[in-house]
Design a protein around this ligand. Sequence first.
Ligand code: SF4
Ligand code: SF4
Ligand code: FES
Length: 235
Amino acid sequence: MLSVDVWRGTREGRFQAFQVPRRENQTVLDVVTEIQREQDPTLAYRFACRVGMCGSCAMVVNGRPRWTCRTRVSEVAHDGHLRLEPLRNFTVVKDLAVEMTQFFDKWHAARGYFEPGPQPATNFATVPPATAERQAADAGIECIGCGVCYSACDVVAWDENYLGPAALNRAWTLVNDVRDQENDARLKAVSGESGCVACHTHMSCTKFCPKAIAPTYAIAGLKRAVLRRALRGRA
Ligand code: SF4
Ligand code: SF4
Ligand code: FES
């Protein structure tokens, strides 16, 4: 049997203990689903794809943020114990489900969306895979928006306005997208005191990202680009 402590409540709450049978190849998400289906249907949590694509199942597992559908119990519960909490740095909706609105509002604030300009190209662009820009964009493009990096970032905990690693990583992929026409506005958007300059290079985002993305390096790239823009005299 696994002994599982699960956070119940919102900001205020308590841990509730459950016992769940061990099963072969069991994931942490399997454990939460079994509790909800077999023991307490009022338990709130979130998932969609179960295969590491949608980014909705992240939680804090034994003290560190993880995607739970791709985390096997055998990797994390060495003493037969799991402690499950909602992601840090998010408002808790209920139990293990968090509010993602602020997280995605920050993607928008960082202009983390493709801007083709007033006259979008009618043909497909040819972007050779070996170019530095293409490689920088490709390095961060597989982000699934899970919030693990945001949950792990101390600067987000200190400054609720900090745009955070995921939004800044997204901005960096677009800065390197040779088709995008609004990079000056994007660099301006990420250059404020709660933008890329606020990153303290703690590397927690890069250490915990389940997609092996390195937001720390993306943010370092943004810092250089913002500095170059300032040296050109742009306000
Ligand atoms: S490297 Fe920057 S964004 Fe990443 S966790 Fe550290 S402070 Fe946050
Ligand atoms: S950068 Fe990684 S940890 Fe952060 S939201 Fe994207 S996939 Fe998740
Ligand atoms: S359920 Fe979709 S990433 Fe885990």
